[in-house]
Design a protein around this ligand. Sequence first.
Ligand code: PEP
Length: 255
Amino acid sequence: MKDLIIAANWKMNKTVPQSISFISDLDIRISQWKLNPKLNKLEILIFPPAISLYPMNGRSEFISLGCQNIYFEESGAYTGEIAVDMIREYSKYALIGHSERREVFSETDEEINKKIKTSLSAGLTPLLCVGETLDEREAGNTFTKINAQLKNDLSGLSSEEIEKIVFAYEPVWAIGTGKTATPEQAQEVHEFITNEINKISGKENKRMILYGGSVKPENSKELLTKKDINGALIGGASLNVDSFFAIIEKSLELV
Ligand code: PEP
């Protein structure tokens, strides 16, 4: 029996009306378990496009919200960026270091590190994504890559600050490709991440580490039963309320 976080990353999908209709539908489906104490061990989270955060806020007592990206400066001449002050009332989490931000928008570890610090000081929980590319895996560099990302992204943070972070292992080769890491491959990296974070923070602790990469109703349970996998970050399968709900339903059996 464990605590799990089931998170949807909608990326650049869904208009405001579509976001509202999704959360309303999902809320009705989840409310059937409102008297089930297991629901307290499951956090259901959505990262919608930033423009949907305000209109989605307050529509479900069972669903948390997070922002897909934030900027590390407080305010000013940064056209197109989102400051934490603009979303902190409507967001519990900030997704940081997603591979699409790292690759498509050339985000560096230094910027990711600043974003984590800004999120923490605003009271948001950072959800930090790390993961290797296919080339790195094939060259046997998975652990070297993840070790470097963690060291750089967590640089200068105290162990108390690191305690507040939720992590996601997202092998880049499994994101949106239909290829999923096997539960054994994922567990191996999750265990490595746990040990690395413990080393960096100087404290042995349980860490919340989600797996992400082509998670769907057919494979979620096998992955989530692994010891160090504490949830899932879901892209494609979270866009459809039936498949996202099916993953939530299966997860409830594990908590
Ligand atoms: C993601 O975007 O974080 C993700 C894991 O996407 P998908 O589930 O589509 O692979």
